[in-house]
Design a protein around this ligand. Structure first.
Ligand code: FAD
Length: 446
């Protein structure tokens, strides 16, 4: 057990709230500050962005006994449902029999976690904007406006879980030797909606993550508990087939009729949703260090914001908590050691998942429609089923295992080289599951 401390967590998002529960269980006094109103009092239809939870996220919830409660508000998704441009539909299992990622509504999940945190004794302070932090004394500066009066609140420790545009990180950036980079993607996104059938059932298979891969752009759909789907259109802001070109009803309807004809029947409010919903930006951010002495640490998106194409941002943030908690178990009251080891161990893994996530846009939007890629996946699955101890596909390493992301990335690259060799075999499409191919892979692995 650690000596009780007074700890502030800035940000009541998914990562901040779960971290607060962990810290409270360790016996600390935990105060969570958020500039936004309490999400439990904000009306939303349950349609807001959904996310997928996979092994790493579940592990953090399991360790504190919250997994069952959260599983009840999710939908298992065990495959990709790929809607090809020629109208055909194929499915591709994500992992082995029984392995699934879970589709969860971000809003419902966040509300639930704040309830659970409050029940465990965490105190929340909403509508409280943190403008600055004094690093050396872990003092927060809270106020209505940036130029107005601020109140100072001193803590023993501060965690910055205030997201990609973290104000806490902003203060750290003003120190020498602090590395920081931020990049906005040329691709943005917009949410659309597939409503439920009148009897509350889903219009398309709820246990698939639906993708309409179209090369430079794609549409994605994830099921909600109320029978609806939240779809996300990812597309460049400018150029051919871009948001810039879809300025009026006529061009929008023509675009969907050309590229996503099978959605016309299931997205009845396309025009209204498209012009009402914002076009959102995607940002990636890297920084280092993540901690200041034994006083302050960044966690979640505040430390590593990545693009969403591997469904790992929140999972990686939850894994930060698992690692931090392990280190607390190891080093007790030595917070300096805990923080140093935390940033050292997490940084390479955060960089690796950032890289994997970016590469995955191409995999989802283009490769899932590519015959060679589909064949590669088929061979990998077949070989992995035969030799599970010799071959775990990259997607499974990232999604269904706890292997550090950096290792998964390195092994994934090695496996991909082997697969490129295998794909060069003559008639590979016909003999992909032959003894010859099996021996070839076994040889190459050596
Ligand atoms: C389109 C999209 C899809 C995604 N899909 C997935 C997915 O499938 N799986 C997955 O794992 N991840 C996914 N992610 C990533 C995931 O949403 C984030 O990684 C995760 O929400 C980060 O949580 P966080 O708590 O660190 O930050 P946030 O959720 O950003 O929370 C930060 C909190 O801090 C508060 N705050 C900010 N500044 C201040 C301040 N100055 N004072 C007080 N409070 C402040 C904010 O109000 C907010 O409540 C997706 C992201 C996007 C954009």
């Amino acid at each position: 057990m650690q000596t009780a401390q007074k700890i502030a967590v800035v940000g009541s998002g998914l990562v901040g709230t779960l971290l607060a529960i962990y810290l409270k269980k360790l016996g600390h006094t935990v105060h969570v500050y958020d500039r936004s109103p309490d999400i439990r009092n904000v009306e939303f239809s349950g349609r807001s962005i959904n996310l997928v939870m996979s092994k790493r996220g579940w592990k953090t919830l399991e360790d504190i006994g919250l997994d069952e409660e959260i599983r009840n508000i999710g939908i298992p998704v065990d495959k990709r449902g790929i809607h090809l441009q020629d109208g055909s539909y194929i499915t591709q299992n994500y992992g082995k029999e029984g392995e699934a990622i879970f589709s969860l509504s971000r809003g419902i999940l966040n509300r639930k976690m704040i309830d659970l945190a409050e029940k465990s004794g965490v105190k929340f302070f909403f509508n409280q904007k943190i403008w600055d932090v004094t690093l050396s004394s872990a003092t927060l500066h809270v106020g209505e406006t940036e130029r107005g009066e601020w109140t100072e609140i001193k803590f023993d420790k501060v965690f910055g879980a205030d997201g990609a545009f973290s104000r806490i990180r902003h203060r750290m950036q003003r120190q020498s030797m602090f590395d920081y980079s931020q990049e906005f993607m040329k691709i943005g996104y917009k949410e659309l909606h597939i409503p439920a059938n009148p009897d509350g059932t889903h219009k398309i298979d709820k246990n698939s993550l639906h993708i309409w891969p179209r090369g430079e752009f794609m549409l994605m759909g994830l099921s909600n508990l109320d029978g609806s789907f939240t779809c996300t259109l990812f597309m460049p802001f400018e150029g051919e087939n871009s948001f810039e070109q879809l300025q009026d009803e006529k061009s929008l309807v023509a675009f969907f009729a050309t590229y996503f004809p099978d959605t016309v029947a299931v997205i009845p409010d396309l025009v209204e949703d498209f012009f009402k919903n914002p076009t959102s930006y995607l940002v990636k951010m890297k920084c280092y260090p993540w901690t200041y002495k034994d006083k302050l640490a960044l966690i979640g998106d505040a430390a590593h914001a990545i693009v969403p194409f591997y469904g790992q941002g929140m999972n990686a943030g939850f894994e930060d908590i698992t690692i931090l908690n392990d280190l607390i178990g190891q080093y007790g009251d030595d917070w300096q050691m805990i923080f140093t080891e935390y940033e050292k161990s997490r940084k390479p893994n955060a960089d690796a998942i950032a890289e994997l996530a970016e590469r995955n846009f191409n995999e989802m939007s283009a490769k899932t429609a590519d015959e060679n890629f589909l064949l590669q996946k088929k061979i990998e699955k077949w070989f992995s089923d035969k030799y599970p101890e010799k071959w775990l596909p990259l997607y499974s390493r990232v999604t269904f295992s706890l292997q550090p992301y950096a290792e998964a990335l390195a092994i994934g690259e090695y496996q991909n080289q082997i697969m490129q060799e295998v794909l060069k075999i003559e008639n590979i499409a016909e003999i992909w599951d032959s003894q010859f191919v099996e021996n070839k892979i076994l040889d190459l692995i050596k």
